[in-house]
Design a protein around this ligand. Structure first.
Ligand SMILES: C[S@@+](CC[C@H](N)C(=O)[O-])C[C@H]1O[C@@H](n2cnc3c(N)ncnc32)[C@H](O)[C@@H]1O
Length: 261
C-alpha cells in the first residue's frame, strides 16, 4: 500500500474518533462509517486524476467527509463544497473540515442550479449525492444536475461521480451529454458489521429515507417507511444467512468523465 494511503488512513481514524466522541456502540460504529466509508473514499481519491491546483467543486457535499478526503489527497486544489443546506446535521461540515485541517469554501445551493458561472471549475465531484437528489427531487433532477455540472466545467474538465447507481444508469444519464467516460470502477466497503450494528443501522437508514422522501412528497407516511424498513431487514437477514456479517452499502461505482467541448 502506498505510504499516502497509510497516512490518509491515520487521518481518517483521528477524524472518526472526534466525529463519534461520546457515542456508545453500536451507534459509534454506524455513524463512524461516514468518515472514509469503509476505505471507499480513500480508494476513490487514489483512482481520480490529480486535481493539481485547479478549482474543484464537490456537490451534495453533506457533512463534507469527501471534501476532507479530497483535501488530504490533493492539498493544492482550491476546494468548494456545495450543499442544499448547512443546517441541522449538515452544520457539522465546517467543524469537520477544521478538524481535518482541510481548507474549503462551503456554499449553500441547489445542485440543480449551481450558483457559479459557466466554466468556473477544472473539476467536479459528487460522493453518494446522486441517489439523495433522486430520492428528494425525482429522476429528472439527475439530468438537471448533470447539465449544471457540464455548464460549470471548463472545456476538458473532469467530472467524477460516485454512487451505488448501476453503471447502466450512469450510461443512460451520460448518453446525450458532451462527456466522455475515461474510467469506470467499483469498490465494496471494507466493513463487516455484527447484528447489533446492523440492526441499529437499518433503523437509522429508514428514518433518513423518510426524511429525504418527504422533501419531494410530504404525504409519504409511516406505512411507506415501514415497508422500506422491512426491505432493509430482509436484506440484513439474507446477508447474515449468506456470509455471517452485514455490509451496509455498496458496492460504490465510480465514473470519471471528461468534458469534450
Ligand atoms: C448522503 S449525502 C452525501 C455524502 C457527502 N458527499 C459526504 O461526503 O459526506 C447527500 C447530500 O445531498 C444533499 N442534497 C440533496 N439534494 C441536493 C441538491 N439538490 N443540491 C445540493 N445538495 C443536495 C443532502 O443535503 C445531503 O447532504
Amino acid at each position: 500500500m502506498p505510504l499516502e494511503n497509510l497516512g490518509i488512513r491515520k487521518l481518517e481514524e483521528e477524524l472518526r474518533a472526534w466525529f463519534t466522541e461520546g457515542m456508545a456502540e453500536p451507534r459509534s460504529v454506524v455513524d463512524g462509517l461516514d468518515i472514509g466509508w469503509g476505505g471507499v473514499q480513500r480508494w476513490a481519491t487514489s483512482a481520480m486524476p490529480d486535481l493539481g491546483r485547479g478549482l474543484h467543486l464537490d456537490f451534495a457535499c453533506g457533512y463534507a467527509t469527501f471534501l476532507a478526503q479530497l483535501g488530504w489527497r490533493f492539498p493544492q486544489a482550491g476546494l468548494v463544497g456545495l450543499n442544499i443546506d448547512f443546517s441541522g446535521v449538515h452544520a457539522a461540515a465546517k467543524p469537520l473540515l477544521r478538524r481535518a485541517r482541510v481548507r474549503a469554501r462551503l456554499v449553500r445551493g441547489d445542485a440543480r442550479r449551481i450558483p457559479f458561472p459557466d466554466g468556473a471549475f477544472e473539476s467536479v465531484s459528487c460522493f453518494l449525492g446522486m441517489q439523495d437528489i433522486e430520492l428528494a427531487f425525482g429522476e429528472q433532477a439527475l439530468f438537471e444536475v448533470l447539465g449544471e455540472c457540464v455548464r460549470v466545467l471548463r472545456s476538458s474538465g473532469i467530472l467524477c461521480l460516485l454512487d451505488e447507481i448501476a453503471f447502466e444508469c450512469f450510461d443512460a444519464l451520460l448518453a446525450s451529454s458532451p462527456l466522455e467516460v475515461e474510467t469506470r470502477a467499483e469498490r465494496a466497503l471494507d466493513v463487516r458489521w455484527d447484528r447489533e450494528a446492523a440492526e441499529c443501522a437499518v433503523e437509522l437508514y429508514a428514518q433518513g429515507w423518510l426524511q429525504q422522501r418527504r422533501l419531494r412528497d410530504p404525504s409519504v407516511d409511516g406505512k411507506m417507511a415501514s415497508a422500506y424498513l422491512a426491505k432493509l431487514r430482509k436484506d440484513l437477514e439474507k446477508q447474515f444467512a449468506d456470509r455471517g456479517y452485514y455490509v451496509p452499502f455498496g458496492p460504490v461505482r465510480m465514473v470519471v468523465c471528461r468534458k469534450l467541448r
